[in-house]
Write a protein that binds this ligand. Sequence first.
Ligand code: SF4
Length: 521
Amino acid sequence: MASETELATRADAREARATDDDARASLLRWYDANKRSLPWRRRGKQRKWIKIEALAEDAATPTRDVAAAATLWRERAFERDGEDGDASAIARMSDDQYAYGVLVSEIMSQQTQIDRVAEYWRRWTARWPTAEALAEATIEEVNEEWAGLGYYRRARFLLNGAVYVRDALKGKYPRDVEGLSKIPGVGPYTASAVASIAFGAKTAAVDGNVYRVITRAKMIKGDPLKGDAAKEIRRVADAFVDAERPGDFNQAMMELGATVCAPQNPKCDSCPISTWCDGFAKQRETSGVFKVTAFPETAKKAEKRQEQRAFVVLRRTAPADADAKPAYEYLLSKRPEGGLLGGLWEFPNALIAIESDDAFALRPKSDVRDAQDALCEELGASSRRNVDAVAGKAVHVFSHIRQVMHYQLVDYVPLDANGANGDDVVARNAPERELKWFPAHAFEESGVFSSGVVKVYAKCAATSVARAKPNASGAQKRLRDAAAPCEIDASQTSIKAFFGSAAPASGPPPLAARGGTEGLN
Ligand code: SF4
């Protein structure tokens, strides 16, 4: 039987419930006092879209002066001694430029911590301050600027979206969710975020943080990404969004989920909407027997898989440089623009096994060698190993896949007697396979390789250097340590599939480091 104290606590919890209006106001007060300073955010209650309507001439004309547009972002993003830059710079830019900046921040924030995004965002908008400026960039330039953020297809989506805005929309961003959703790479969440933040549209932007808050506050059962639960989350979120400050409200909800209503150990006692939260009320009523962390109800995780791939690192001696120092070049192939890791360069590779976690067993060396030989043959190179062959394994672990990369370093020798120095390999495979020889230093300097490629290269370089020279240089040691996680293409089954994989549907990857997710509605 409950004690008198427990009964009193339950009564308190029932009596002190807030209305939607109370909770909304409390949330915005909390946001104004606690929001993180980020270069694309407005300050206080500044309403960009109202100010911009007064600047009709500017708003009707996209900013074509790239230098002037970049200056505006720099003024806003400038930070010294922890202070914000000039907040009025946002009001002085066209609303299309502002929408572009918000869109870049939203795409970058998916899969990446927000503090890290700010640094990349500043560099990005300094280089490409408007959609029209970005539309002029190449995929190589875009990937280079993106290097280190991971999930490179987000960079490609931004580029494709900018081209669409320039060509199909004449530089004008649609003001509503429906129109914004038609831009390549913009899903429902991003469209709602941009519509509300940049244009003041009253629509809820529901990312992973927001659905965590809503499912706890209204105790919504079921998989939050699907079916009735997803619809109910959407309904509650749309009803809760503030009509006057929808952009700030959406950012407040995201920030609340990221900093207060955390996946583990939510800080309910300091939550601005705790009196609106049914989950917290129940937690108090049951004296902690029920916990708010029971929501959201998560779907069963996908079974882990193990994947093994054969890689061929084809190497040739490059022409001597001005100092007459010999160096190596490596053959890489370009991923199709539309697919995973699109536009990045990889060593030719082929899938040789994929199995469940339990059934995993390393493939026999003979299987690996056969696959590597087949790769060489397809490329028109001899698979003859060096006397002092460099081969081995590197491992990458992903959310639900562990990838074992069996690599083999091979000095280029043409299969065809007419082959010369390796340029024939490139010529023979064009245009179906985009191949290119890269100098060794490119692996340190360029952002056009996936981290898996850098890892395999580092293994080969470190091993061959260690054999040739006990004291490796600093650069070689850095490459040896390369071990960043990378994405993989689980559908690839052969080198032919590698070179010809199909483009996926548009939209950035669904799960986000900050909890963001597309496809809730
Ligand atoms: S009271 Fe707790 S569970 Fe409810 S929204 Fe706030 S932090 Fe989340």
